[in-house]
Design a protein around this ligand. Structure first.
Ligand code: ADP
Ligand code: MG
Length: 761
């Protein structure tokens, strides 16, 4: 008897071989299969008539195969198929379609889904690279019921053409039949009733095989009650886990710091300027937490340049004045060093003698050992270093506060692992991030952290002038750079890659373009160009209505990217001749990077040619120009961070986004947004929409759970609801004992199996 936790290999129609493939796709048990939801639906109950199609629309069509042929053009083989309904016909084309030869027979019925394009030669419409399914011929075939005459689910294939939609449909249909009445509910009945959500079984049935009459738009947008229920369920369990974590933490003993006049005076002595209202509010929230006996877990979110560092420094003084040690962890050596130098300068203003220690990988072993000894024996007050070093190898005498400068890394998971002495109190923790994700999202994703936001920039900033400039006007750009340098200012020029097209470009230095450009981006690092890339490119070309046959050199064109190394030499010898120039990239060793960065900071370098290594947090107020070449290659968040490197002083600043060649619509939209606004939240919102949450937040390692059904951008309202409901459930569940037990059981299982989160103590 099949159950939800039955391994897939024991499902009818799945042998060990297929099971292995499925497990690789993280589909291990029956339940995983049932949660492999269709990504779209086709209305094969009311299929469209060919005669009613309109050019430009996406349409599902059921038609009869009339004939096929393989055209060998000069550049590539093209597979053509004519389909018909009565007197109307339509042509379908697949580039590089040799693999389709022999697949179709005249008289067969096929379901096609694709964009309707006008066709010049035949006056009829055509579809380029439509998705297709050959329909069963025998209407008595039992699977016929699943394919036509209904709203048909379309699935992402689980293994190429083998485990495609038709296969999945049949397996899931059979499973749902076998499990009828036996899919246990996972949410309390009272909650479902109050929220008006259907049962789990009903929902699973309805998302896979929607009842006739379900509105197609609701289905395609994952907006049916059944979808909502499944999405809610997933988010509810995430939020429940976060809620519990937060409660468990709050129950632990931390340090109750005092914030008396002595502490206030110590802070006052180091403050070089009046804090903004936002900074005061954030510090207030932080200090309130620090005074409580429970450990603080707080996120300090603020756009680039909003002045997070000084807030953190003040919090660290509170800890130190209370006789504890504080630590500041930065994501890169450059940044750690910069924090160290900045903190030293500020702390020197105090009458107190604060003891600072820098701990980075490039220190030699002896100095590292010495630093660790000082930290261990309590001979230092403030430790500044890189995440890795501090997390893994340091034993503190009495650590009271840890500040983590995360920049854009994100996480529901806390990677925080300071070695602790037995019985020591749990240190307070403050995480700083410059990623301006919308507040509701931050709250839900960092559900176990409290949130402070710096929503105001320090005064005296002149807005940055942002321009999009095409390569042809490079002359003007270099002239601007020279003029600014003549006025005593400095400039950054940023490139997407270190050297020419090489295989080993570190990822760090290469922005992942949005998926639309991801294909062509592959051609940069690798010598081969994927089939997918070619056909996709060809599609866009055709779709753009060029009408011409694509030329091969066109198709296989390698985008030539300007690189930091080459342009450093090039500019030095030409447009920027005579200026003092520096080159910075991820392949220099830490010492070299630091030397260059310091020289730039001291004003000994006029123009810094760099990769995105400068993106994180570097602060040189005298820099007034940021030139970004191949700007279309960078993500919005990254462009925004880069732009944040200028405009840090009172001088008028410029951000020049240079582009070469044709831009994709997304690329153009990103750049237009950069020109339009400087508001990080607005840009983040757009970025989320353009790229989707996966790309925005980075990989799973970045801490974002891998959802099966939910999409945190699309489902933000449900995320908020789930957060409220989980708090309510944990606080005072309207549920029977049996239901509660089931939720806790499932929660434990979900967190271990799905999110892979290891609960640390
Ligand atoms: P970020 O939030 O990006 O880390 P920083 O902490 O580096 O920002 O601050 C950006 C710049 O603004 C720094 O040069 C800092 O000294 C300055 N700054 C911060 N707060 C204020 C303030 N209240 N008034 C004036 N300048 C400030
Ligand atoms: Mg910073």
């Amino acid at each position: 008897m099949v159950q939800l936790d039955t391994p897939v290999q024991f499902v009818k129609g799945i042998g060990p071989q297929i099971a292995k493939t499925l497990v690789e796709k993280r589909i291990a048990v029956v339940e995983d299969l049932l949660y492999h939801l269709p990504f779209r639906y086709e209305d094969r109950l009311h299929p469209r008539a060919l005669s009613e199609l309109k050019p430009g629309e996406m349409a599902s069509v059921i038609a009869e195969v009339r004939g096929t042929s393989l055209l060998r053009t000069r550049t590539m083989p093209i597979f053509e198929m004519t389909v018909g309904q009565n007197l109307s016909t339509m042509k379908c084309m697949w580039f590089h379609g040799t693999y389709l030869e022999g697949k179709f027979r005249p008289g067969q019925m096929v379901a096609l889904y694709g964009k309707v394009e006008p066709s010049r030669s035949t006056k009829a419409f055509k579809m380029i690279q439509p998705q297709f399914e050959i329909l069963p011929e025998d209407p008595n075939d039992e699977s016929h019921l699943l394919e036509v005459g209904r709203i048909t689910p379309v699935y992402e294939s689980l293994s190429g053409s083998r485990l495609a939609s038709r296969w999945i449909r049949r397996v899931i249909y059979n499973l749902l039949e076998e499990l009828r009445g036996q899919i246990p509910e996972t949410l309390p009945a009272a909650m479902l009733a109050r929220l008006g959500l259907p049962s789990r079984e009903e929902s699973l049935r309805a998302v896979h095989f929607p009842p006739a009459g379900t509105p197609m738009t609701q289905l395609q947008g994952f907006g049916t009650a059944a979808h909502k229920r499944l999405i809610f369920e997933e988010l509810f369990y995430l939020e429940c886990g976060l809620e519990l974590k937060r409660r468990r933490l709050k129950a632990r003993t931390g340090v109750a710091f005092e914030a008396n006049d002595k502490v206030r005076e110590a802070i006052r002595q180091v403050l070089p300027f009046h804090p903004t209202t936002a900074q005061k509010r954030a510090l207030g929230e932080i200090v309130t937490d620090m005074r409580k006996p429970g450990p603080m877990r707080r996120l300090l979110q603020g756009d680039v340049g909003s002045g997070k560092t000084i807030v953190a420094l003040q919090a660290m003084i509170v800890a130190i004045e209370n006789g504890y040690q504080a630590a500041l962890m930065a994501p890169t050596e450059i940044l750690a060093t910069q924090h160290y130098l900045g903190a030293r300068k500020l702390l020197e203003r105090s009458s107190k003698k604060y003891r600072l220690t820098l701990l980075t990988g490039s220190l030699d072993e002896d100095r590292k050992k010495l630093a660790r000894r000082k930290i261990f024996h309590g001979e230092t007050d403030l430790v500044i270093g890189t995440h890795a070093l501090i997390e893994e190898k340091v034993d503190f005498a009495n650590i009271g506060l840890v500040v983590v400068d995360e920049q854009h890394r994100f996480g529901v998971v806390q990677r925080f692992r300071l070695m602790k002495k037995p019985n020591a109190a749990e240190p307070d923790m403050l995480v700083m991030t410059a990623t301006p994700i919308p507040r509701t999202l931050a709250l839900s994703l960092y559900g176990d952290l409290d949130l402070s936001v710096l929503d105001e920039l320090p005064p005296g900033r002149t807005p940055i002038v942002t321009r999009q400039v095409s390569d042809e006007r490079a002359e003007d750009v270099w002239k601007l750079v020279r003029d600014q340098v003549a006025q005593g200012r400095q400039a950054y020029v940023v490139y997407p890659v270190i050297e020419g097209a090489k295989d080993d470009q570190p990822e760090l230095d290469f922005a992942r373009p949005d998926s639309e450009e991801a294909d062509s981006a592959e051609t940069v690092g690798k010598k081969t160009i994927s089939k997918k890339a070619v056909s996709k490119k060809a599609t866009t070309k055709k779709a753009a209505g060029k009408g011409k046959k694509a030329k091969s050199d066109d198709l296989f064109e390698k985008p030539t990217l300007k690189s930091a190394t080459e342009m450093y030499e090039n500019l030095r010898a030409s447009h920027l001749h005579g200026l003092r120039m520096g080159l910075l990239h991820g392949r220099l060793d830490a010492d070299e990077k630091e030397v260059i960065m310091r020289r730039f900071q001291r004003g000994e370098i006029d123009v810094l040619i760099s990769t995105t290594v400068i993106e994180v947090g570097v602060d040189v107020p005298n820099a007034s120009v940021m030139v970004i070449e191949h700007a279309e290659r960078f993500g919005l968040a990254q462009l925004h961070q880069l732009r944040g490197r200028v405009g840090r002083g009172a001088a008028k600043s410029y951000c020049i986004l240079m582009t070469g060649g044709k831009l994709s619509p997304h690329g153009q939209e990103r750049l237009a947004a950069m020109v339009r606004t400087q508001n990080g939240f607005e840009l983040a919102e757009l970025d989320l929409q353009l790229r989707g949450p996966g790309e925005f937040f980075g990989t799973r390692q970045a801490g974002l759970p891998d959802f099966r059904v939910a999409n945190i951008v699309r489902d933000r309202a449900l995320l908020e609801l789930a957060k409220e409901e989980s708090a309510r459930f944990v606080e005072n569940a309207e549920a029977t004992e049996e239901e509660k037990k089931r939720v806790w059981f499932r929660l434990r299982e979900a967190w271990q199996r799905r999110y892979g989160l290891v609960e640390a103590g």
